[in-house]
Design a protein around this ligand. Structure first.
Ligand SMILES: NC(=O)c1ccc[n+]([C@@H]2O[C@H](COP(=O)([O-])OP(=O)(O)OC[C@H]3O[C@@H](n4cnc5c(N)ncnc54)[C@H](O)[C@@H]3O)[C@@H](O)[C@H]2O)c1
Length: 379
């Protein structure tokens, strides 16, 4: 039996959001096991957070640099094999670079970096050091998203002509950052979030799921990135028109001021002979419509789904699977790649540093060219 990959986490300490989700996902299939941590920006809180999680006190570190040094000194059979990075966006690049240089694989949350140059450096370093680099674009882990991708690639809806993708939330409809809300505070600060506000935080997911399912490449775009809440230094509402290579057209919207929406991620793909719709708030279903007007709803765990969807399913239909299971599918794939020592996201089912870099370039281009009309997307 393969042993779980041993990992150390950076960020994800007391009061943090996504680190806890990563830890649950990593454990779901025993893909990975937490052995070390530098869990907070404050050394004292980092150490306390490690003890909360039952880490050995020698392996709960005050800083990520201490963790890399400390773990490197342990015998190979004990030391962590992978670093999981769940810090604000501006604290992804430096620890990821240092981790790979020290011989560790990396799992990093999105958006991968703030700048295009940092993103490219991670792509190049993953290649040179032969490390696995997985970006947790967790929506690619949902069985029915994998089913949608399989159907598009198999030609089930014909050549794709039009794509709508939207990710709508309402939690930043007021200046929450001014009340000291921690997650709002850094997400609306360009020095920590990067150039994209809503575009970086959730538009990144929209770009990724669109690309994952359709395989389309953006050639040109026309964007409008706005700060609707007065005084906000970063976009909280962005709309983008898209022209893809091959002629298809698209619309992408990312907004955090849409009152009433919680996590309204919806993807609609229209082909010559049919269409597909997936909504993350009803993740076990995929709606399919044919040119003749036959509407079908495919359900997770039903017979006849593609292999990628079936393999991403744990429970019988009717018992919901969602966010944590989708993350766990990414972890399972990344851990298998680490066991194989092969950074191949297509084969193992995760998004790579190259996918992350494409996402970062898209976010920055959309924000930079806002209001400037049609713009070519540089590769
Ligand atoms: N994939 C998803 O669905 C998803 C969802 C939420 C967040 N995210 C991403 O995850 C990351 C974290 O988001 P969050 O909402 O959990 O933020 P958060 O503010 O809740 O947590 C960030 C954590 O990082 C720690 N930290 C900051 N600087 C550090 C440093 N130098 N060393 C060690 N720890 C440090 C903080 O102390 C905190 O524990 C972001 O990149 C965000 O975009 C992804």
């Amino acid at each position: 039996m393969t042993q779980p990959i041993r990992y150390g986490m950076i960020g994800g300490g007391r009061d943090a959001f996504i680190g806890g989700v990563h830890r649950m996902a990593a454990r779901l299939d025993d893909s990975m096991t937490l052995v070390a941590g530098a869990l907070s920006s404050t050394p004292k809180k980092a150490l306390a957070s490690g003890l909360d999680l039952g880490l050995d006190s020698n392996r709960s570190y005050g800083t990520w640099n201490d963790m890399l040094v400390g773990e490197s000194m342990l015998p190979e059979s004990e030391r962590m094999q992978c670093v999981v990075i769940v810090t604000p966006n501006n604290v992804h690049h430096a620890p990821a670079m240092a981790a790979m240089e020290a011989g560790f694989h990396v799992v990093c949350d999105k958006p991968m970096t703030c700048t295009n140059a940092e993103a490219q450096a991670l792509v190049d370093t993953a290649k040179r050091t032969h490390r696995v680099f997985a970006v947790t674009y967790n929506y690619t882990g949902y069985p029915m998203v994998r089913q949608a991708r399989d159907m598009v690639h198999a030609g089930s809806i014909g050549r794709v002509r039009k794509v709508f993708v939207e990710y709508l939330q309402g939690w930043l409809a007021t200046p929450l950052e001014g009340d000291g809300q921690k997650q709002a505070h850094w997400r609306t600060d360009p020095t920590r979030a990067g150039a994209g506000g809503a575009m970086g935080d959730i538009g990144s997911h929209a770009e990724n799921i669109m690309s994952f399912v359709t395989g389309l490449e953006v050639e040109q775009f026309c964007s409008d990135a706005s700060a609707i809440v007065e005084g906000r230094a970063i976009d909280d509402d962005t709309a983008v028109l898209l022209r893809f290579a091959g002629g298809a057209r698209g619309v992408l919207c990312a907004s955090q001021v849409c009152v009433g929406h919680r996590n309204g991620l919806t993807l609609r793909v229209y082909g010559e002979t049919g269409s597909l719709t997936w909504q993350q708030e009803h993740p076990d279903q995929l709606h399919v419509c044919s040119l003749e007007g036959h509407d079908t709803t495919l359900h997770r765990a039903d017979a006849g789904l593609c292999e990628a969807a079936a393999n991403a399913t744990r429970l019988p239909g009717g018992h919901g699977e969602a966010f944590i299971e989708a993350f766990a599918n990414i972890y399972r794939g990344a851990a298998a790649a680490m066991h194989a020592d092969r950074d191949d996201g297509e084969a193992f089912g995760y998004q790579t540093a190259a996918d992350g870099a494409r996402g970062v370039r898209f976010i920055n281009a959309v924000v930079d060219a806002s209001g400037q009309g049609w713009t070519a997307l540089e590769g």
